[in-house]
Design a protein around this ligand. Structure first.
Ligand code: HDD
Length: 682
């Protein structure tokens, strides 16, 4: 079904979706044919205790639909969560690209974004160590444009033909389907040892980037070099980056593993709640531009997806902002059925010859055909463009469009040769006329053969704490490899990245430490360290532990200040209900100690009360000890201070106590702004 041509604005997609939404509450129950039903709890039987009858069309329809409810999950990125929003251009990029959604300052375009883990199946936990998918669909007036990226700017492999091998290696091992959503097993590391182009991305996946605190606190990357083409036909290479306005912040590994048990839905719940409470996630879009003539000026190949473009060498120009402001109405209809494809482009955006990108251009439509059951998935509401579409494609499973007339071919005098292609000047997509020549070969370019320089740059750019986390992550993952031979191969391989890194891992996992290796510390990209990211306390969640008869007046003031600075808090006590907060106020208890857990908060504020049970004291000690061990800010006032004293935490970095309450909230918020306190001795 084609839509009327009309101006696209930020509301266009929402208005289009509205015609497909159905609110069933308050309505009469019917079959799918619209027949009203008088009974829905009992099947039709021959006698009250007799067999169910074949003629029970209602039973058959209900059961058949249920039996067919599941579709294949995505072969990768199966576990995901999505939201709607809008993109606003900060300026006109007409000098670089014809793309209309980037053509005017303040122009708004509706978007749909799906975040995902990569390895785990659809029901797997969310805070696993993995890359995160960051796929954005722009519903533009010229058709859908998909930017299908990850939260890591490089990829494991250089050529798409290896993708099935890579995925087979990191997925659970086929003989026992273990482990779920984890690379801590033999086959993944065997693949890495034998495909050393993975060295750089593995550095990222062993770093804190692979355990984000939230989808809201991670950046996104288009990974490949694409092309911008302007109205004069001039091409520039471009890389895309999404930058979270909250900065890039991560969990610690012990915490991440525990969250997977306490709340396997941690990331989706975080995104959903943030949008519901008006804390809309925001990401600025940045572009790095390289003129065609500069293609060979760098010490890496622009077409190699295992290389990033250091922003100190090729600056990032911020060109717009995306705001996610609406949750989906139905996860299956929208999040599950959305079909992304790096080949969904608009005039002004074109491809480079990156062999990973070239292969992706085949794979995505192919996978949707099996996953969404046929060639008409573009008609699903979430996938429909907001501009009209007309062609001679017809039929197929689930076809919804009723194409009128007898002609479904080019060219026909009956229709005056329409629908007709249009010229480039009228918006017709024309591929960039790159001159290409060469012999047919199955080869890797010489310029793709340096696998270690940027992995070393990444290592050199890390803070001490980040380096320590990387060593621990390698030690954990390799420590779970059964094969000592593979452990040794990986350690030897990483001596090419940094000798000390390899030696420290070797010492932890019981293999021989390499004696020689890379000790060069000269090349760095400070922007890679999360130490240098945006720091903000906004939207952080504080767990507040209170007991009956707590000092309501003072504590309520602290809570008001947290709220006024944009923080969230939840109250934890021994029993749910309400506590008297003085001045006629009451404080609602959100959680008992068991319905929450310290790993689910960014910070803990211990208040306590004058007279608490031994169990209460033990629980509070557990909360502050966990928070301390995860380097989290801890605040304590009133009776709460004694738990910090008892454990020797008072005075440690990020531990804020105040006898007089003067300035407590400010100091506590400052500690929360720092995110974690790595200099703490744990
Ligand atoms: Fe891919 C899904 C990102 C390489 C083949 N990929 C998928 C999704 C993201 C990415 C975010 C999930 C989209 C969604 O939420 O629905 N993929 C990447 C990035 C890559 C990459 C950033 C490297 C730069 N992918 C890649 C290669 C191939 C694929 C080399 C195959 C040649 N990817 C797929 C797929 C998926 C997919 C099998 C599974 C589900 C889907 O496409 O829709 O076709």
């Amino acid at each position: 079904m084609a839509q009327d041509p009309k101006k696209v604005d930020e509301n266009s997609k929402n208005e289009q979706l509205e015609q497909y939404r159905s609110d069933d509450s308050g309505k009469d129950l019917t079959t799918n044919q619209g027949l009203k039903l008088s009974e829905d709890e009992f099947s039709l039987k021959a006698g009250e205790r007799g067999p169910t009858l074949m003629e029970d069309f209602h039973f058959r329809e209900k059961m058949t639909h249920f039996d067919h409810e599941r579709i294949p999950e995505r072969v990768v990125h199966a576990r995901g969560f999505a939201a709607h929003g809008e993109f606003e251009a900060y300026e006109s990029l007409e000098h670089l690209t014809k793309a209309k959604f980037l053509s005017k300052k303040s122009k708004k375009t509706p978007v749909f974004v799906r975040f995902s883990t990569v390895a785990g199946s659809r029901g797997s936990a969310e805070t696993v160590r993995d890359a995160r998918g960051f796929a954005t669909k722009f519903y533009t007036e010229e058709g859908n444009y998909d930017l299908v990226g990850n939260n890591i700017p490089v990829f494991f492999i250089q050529d798409a033909i290896k993708f099935p091998d890579l995925v087979h290696a990191f997925k659970p091992e086929p003989h026992n389907e273990i482990p779920q959503a984890a690379t801590a097993h033999d086959t993944f590391w065997d693949f890495v040892a034998n495909n050393q182009e993975a060295a750089h991305m593995v550095m990222w996946t062993m770093s804190d980037r692979a355990i984000p605190r939230s989808f809201r606190t991670m950046d996104g990357f288009g990974v490949h070099a694409f092309r911008f083409i302007n109205a004069e036909g001039k091409s520039h290479f471009v890389k895309f980056t999404w930058k979270s306005t909250l900065g890039v912040h991560s969990l610690v590994w012990d915490e991440a593993q525990k969250i997977n048990g306490k709340n396997p839905d941690f990331h989706r719940a975080d995104l959903h709640e943030a949008i519901e409470s008006g804390d809309y996630p925001e990401y600025e879009l940045g572009v790095q531009i390289v003129p065609e003539e500069d293609e060979h000026k760098f010490d890496f190949d622009l077409l190699d997806a295992t290389k990033m473009w250091p922003q100190e060498e090729i600056p990032i120009q911020i060109i717009g902002k995306m705001t996610l402001n609406r949750n989906v109405d139905n996860v299956f209809a929208e999040t599950e059925q959305v079909a992304f494809h790096p080949g969904h482009v608009v005039p002004g955006i074109d491809f480079s010859n990156d062999p990973l990108l070239q292969g992706r251009l085949f794979s995505y439509t192919d996978t949707q055909l099996i996953r969404l059951g046929g060639p008409n998935f573009h008609e699903l509401p979430i996938n429909r463009g907001v501009c009209p579409f007309h062609n001679n494609q017809r039929d197929g499973y689930g076809r919804q469009t009723i194409n009128k007339g007898k002609v479904s071919y080019q060219k026909s005098s009956f229709t005056n040769n329409t629908p007709a292609p249009v010229s480039e000047a009228e918006g017709g997509y024309a591929h960039y006329q790159e001159k290409v020549e060469g012999r047919k070969v199955r080869k890797r370019s010489e310029s793709f053969k340096d696998h270690f320089s940027q992995a070393t740059m990444f290592w050199n750019s890390m803070s001490d704490a980040e380096k320590q986390h990387i060593i621990e992550a390698f030690s954990f993952e390799l420590g779970k490899c059964d094969s000592i031979d593979i452990r040794q191969q990986i350690v030897d391989m990483y001596a090419n990245v940094n000798l000390k890194l390899a030696q420290e891992i070797a010492a932890n996992i019981g293999v021989k430490a390499p004696e020689t290796g890379n000790t060069d510390t000269s090349k760095k990209s400070p922007a890679l360290s999360q130490e240098n990211t945006v720091k903000s306390a906004k939207t952080r969640k504080v767990g507040v532990i209170v007991a009956p008869d707590f000092n309501g007046k003072e504590v309520m003031e602290v809570l008001e200040q947290l709220e006024s600075k944009g923080l969230q808090y939840e109250i934890i006590s021994e029993k749910q209900g309400k506590l008297d907060a003085g001045n006629g106020k009451q404080l609602k208890i959100d959680h008992t100690f068991t319905t929450a857990d310290p790993v689910l908060f960014d910070a803990i504020y211990a208040v306590g009360g004058p007279d608490v049970s031994k169990k209460f004291a033990r629980n509070t000690a557990y909360y502050v000890t966990e928070a301390f061990g995860h380097f989290k800010p801890i605040g304590a006032t009133h009776e709460g201070k004694k738990w910090l004293d008892a454990n020797g935490y008072t005075g440690e970095p990020g531990v804020v106590t105040d006898d007089s309450m003067k300035g407590f909230a400010d100091s506590f918020i400052e500690a929360i702004t720092a995110h974690r306190h790595w200099t703490r001795e744990v």
